[in-house]
Design a protein around this ligand. Structure first.
Ligand SMILES: Nc1nc2c(c(=O)[nH]1)N[C@H]1C(S)=C(S)[C@@H](COP(=O)(O)OP(=O)(O)OC[C@H]3O[C@@H](n4cnc5c(N)ncnc54)[C@H](O)[C@@H]3O)O[C@H]1N2
Ligand code: MOO
Length: 421
């Protein structure tokens, strides 16, 4: 048993710079797991990723404005509300003509101006601007640079391209343009706008409580002797945002089982992420807390390096808990192994298959562990960033991707490359 003591609870309130530090005196009521009390099962790295991805079903959808939808995931297929383009559209500035030339110039139409009334006849030309409605019966738009003007007549050889975008040639009204589960990228937002859509159904953002633990961890500034500056608040907030989720609460706790249990118990979020309590040490309380709360373990230790002590568990009320190791690079690897796939499951986003490239460099891969190493891209292959260790983020910060080195890998062999958030 630990003695009751003064413990820090550091809360972030909206802005990361508004930090409120409370010191509470806590009696110890939760027992810590006895070392070795529960046999942990090493799960292969790929199985851990798949388990996290299969763990959850997508959250409900909500209608949001297009600008707010970017970075989120479509909750329903999107169909074209109108044909695209809506009307026969000039693709060049020039002359709309029909029949063999030369053509007699009979007028002008501008984009957004009144369309030409009726159809043009063989031998007639209408000056036209890109984006204007093409007059009926026009067979081509001849660009200015391809014509010769002679008084009221236009001379040109018709090229192979008519330079007319025909109504509905991109999509007919009612066509499915995008499947449910697609990420709303800037291009998707633009396409939706093109269809006249103002609001779109996207998955609700998963809400995350980020619980950083460690007596030695300080929330801001330069750490003192024996202290480290918290890396997970900034790093995971960014990763969570990049996954289309939102940090709904962020707290730094001293190592204490009751304070941790309060945070894990707290409602109002979909996922609780706990850093730095995942191993077997005297101050690593996550497993004891999860056991006390009746959590079901889906993943409890992964055969990967770094990042072995990582956990995915389901609480009886359906919320998820992800435990990440405290070593900064190990925590990043673990968040890519368990947290990112879980958030993808909750948002319904199916990522594209990873790129595979030959990876060269020096790394020891010991069966049954998968090794994740930062790499830089060098054209047709990737090169391992030297000196990457579980506690150091320097490699990941200068890398383009994480390479997945499975047992048996030798330099030059192609492997999956995971995008770094
Ligand atoms: N007997 C064993 N000891 C350890 C094992 C093990 O299997 N048996 N696993 C080792 C591995 S691998 C890792 S990784 C760490 C994971 O430990 P925890 O998740 O319990 O984290 P801590 O012990 O609290 O911290 C580890 C390390 O990381 C620093 N840290 C923690 N939080 C932060 C933070 N927010 N920002 C920056 N740095 C942080 C902490 O100061 C420690 O240096 O356990 C090994 N031990
Ligand atoms: O695996 Mo730990 O997660 O080496 O640093």
């Amino acid at each position: 048993m630990e003695a009751p003591g003064r413990k820090r609870v550091v809360q972030w309130q909206r802005s990361p710079y508004a930090i409120v530090i409370a010191v509470v005196v806590v009696p110890v009521t939760l027992a810590r797991d006895e070392p070795g009390a529960r046999q942990r099962t090493l799960m292969p790295w790929r199985a851990a990723v798949q388990t996290a991805r299969a763990a959850a079903v997508p959250l409900a959808g909500e209608q949001v404005a297009l600008e707010a939808a970017v970075g989120r995931v479509l909750a329903a297929p999107v169909c074209a509300g109108t044909s695209l383009p809506r009307f026969d559209t000039a693709a060049m500035d020039g002359y709309a003509v029909t029949g063999p030339g030369p053509w007699r110039l009979i007028g002008q139409v501008l984009a957004g101006g009144p369309p030409w009334a009726g159809a043009i006849r063989a031998g007639e030309a209408v000056e036209i601007m890109t984006g204007a409605v093409v007059p009926g019966a026009a067979m081509a738009v001849v660009p200015y640079e391809d014509v010769r003007r002679d008084g009221g007549f236009v001379h040109a050889d018709l090229g192979a391209k008519p330079h007319i975008r025909r109504a509905g040639e991109d999509a007919k009204a009612g066509d499915e343009l995008l499947a449910s589960g697609r990420l709303v990228t800037p291009a998707v937002a633009g396409l939706l706008a093109e269809c006249g859509t103002d609001r779109v159904a996207v998955r609700r953002r998963p809400r995350i409580r980020l619980v950083v633990t460690g007596d030695e961890v300080v929330p801001a500034g330069t750490p003192g002797p024996g202290q480290v500056r918290d890396v997970f608040g900034p790093m995971l907030s960014a990763l969570i945002a990049a996954c289309g989720a939102t940090v709904a609460g962020r707290v730094l706790l001293d190592d204490d089982p009751d304070l941790l249990a309060d945070q894990v118990r707290g409602q109002g979020v979909d996922v609780v992420v706990v850093t730095g309590s995942s191993s077997a040490g005297a101050a690593d309380h996550l497993r004891g807390v999860l056991t006390t709360l009746g959590a079901r373990y889906l993943v409890d230790q992964v055969a990967c390096r770094p990042g072995r002590p990582q956990t995915l568990a389901a609480l009886p009320d359906g919320r998820w808990v992800v435990g990440l190791p405290g070593n900064p690079f190990a925590g990043l690897v673990a968040s890519i192994t368990l947290l990112r796939p879980l958030l993808q499951a909750l948002t319904g986003w199916i990522p594209p298959a990873p790129v595979r490239l030959p990876v060269t460099g020096d790394a020891r891969v010991t069966d049954p562990f998968t090794r994740l190493v930062p790499v830089t891209l060098a054209g047709d292959h990737a090169v391992i960033v030297a000196g990457s260790r579980p506690a150091s983020l320097g490699g990941a910060a200068t890398a383009d991707a994480l390479a997945v080195l499975e047992p048996g890998w030798v330099t030059g062999r192609p492997v999956d490359l995971l995008p770094l958030p």
